[in-house]
Design a protein. Sequence first.
Length: 409
Amino acid sequence: MNEKALESAYRAHFPVFRVHPDLIYLDHAATSQKPLSVVEAIQNQMVSENGSPHRGAHQLSVKSTEIYEGGRQQVMAFIGGLDPREIVFTKNTTESLNLIAYSYGMTFLKPKDEIAILISSHHSNIVPWQVVSQKTGAKLVYLLVDQEGKLPETELKKINERTQIVTFPWVSNGIGTKLEPRQLIKKAHEMGAIAIIDAAQVAGHERINVIELDADFLAFSGHKMFAPQGIGVLYGKYELLDKMPPFLTGGDMIEYVTCFETTYEAVPKRFEAGTQNVSGVKGLVAAIDFIEQIGLDAIKTHEHKLTQYMMMRLKELSFITIYGPETLNDRGALVVFNVEGIHPHDVASILDDHGIAIRAGHHCTQPLMQHLGLTATCRASYSIYNSERDVDDLVKALYKVRQVFGYDD
Ligand SMILES: Cc1ncc(COP(=O)(O)O)c(C=O)c1O
């Protein structure tokens, strides 16, 4: 198949473009569009397979349990895991990170301990640790990235024998930089700390292997990788999860309850209180099937080409400042930029008038913005449903944005 045919074949999987044929969706990093196979899988589950998992003895309940526990196996395989007990279903990356902070952090951190956080982290990987720090007396230590979002070797020295936790985004949603996670994990382990990877911008973009990474925890959201909103994943090493107390309590996570005491279920059910999101798991499994069918290598190649093309085209515009690394291999599937003289919110809203959806603002990375001396930026992020034509249309529309503000480029 030639390039053009491949692009239309990719786009044809997504019904949103039948409803909005002219839409140029460049906000994949915020949430992905959904392939028909995912929509149909969820519809099928809701119509013919709906019951409460883990509870009843009737057929629909048994079917729901099969979907849910089968999903756990499939997610485990998707990230190279070996033990399904190491997969906890959550709502999203935010809940996964909160679970670690509240359960592991609150239990094991003491005054004078240190939590090393990459400054380019999303708020969901900062705010929970601030709360934990205030409650336990553990100190937050920020690892500072350079102007390109890369981590200088010298910053690794901040990880020392007091460090108990090292937490970082594999790909930063705020600047687009991709880190080498193994370097940080190795350093954390050398100092006796655990390493947490926020893989929200990596899942569905490239292969993850938690065993090769030797990650202690890894978090991601289904909705950023073609699955519905409301389903997320926390991977955690069994020996860590097993010693952690529950995060939320109530139904389904207990062994035995008396009026004043409760014993808890084993891992991972201990962390899955209440009726779970079986439709979400069904959609997540369908999304994984979709990704495997397209092929992670093909996805990565397509996104890499788009990054290259987007960087090249945006660089031609004298009024654009691009942030993040020069080297393509150090970038995720997003480009962050500013338009000279125009606030990012105005840029986004005028682009929207031209049918182009981008994200503008601080991208939930205010500490990074403060560190880089920025207040807001524009972000174009993409996936297999985007093409070089989308980039050309973005460039044309950016000239129009400048014209609205009286510039004559
Ligand atoms: C790197 C990163 N971490 C965490 C999150 C939070 O994801 P969610 O809102 O799905 O919990 C995002 C969302 O943009 C993200 O990009």
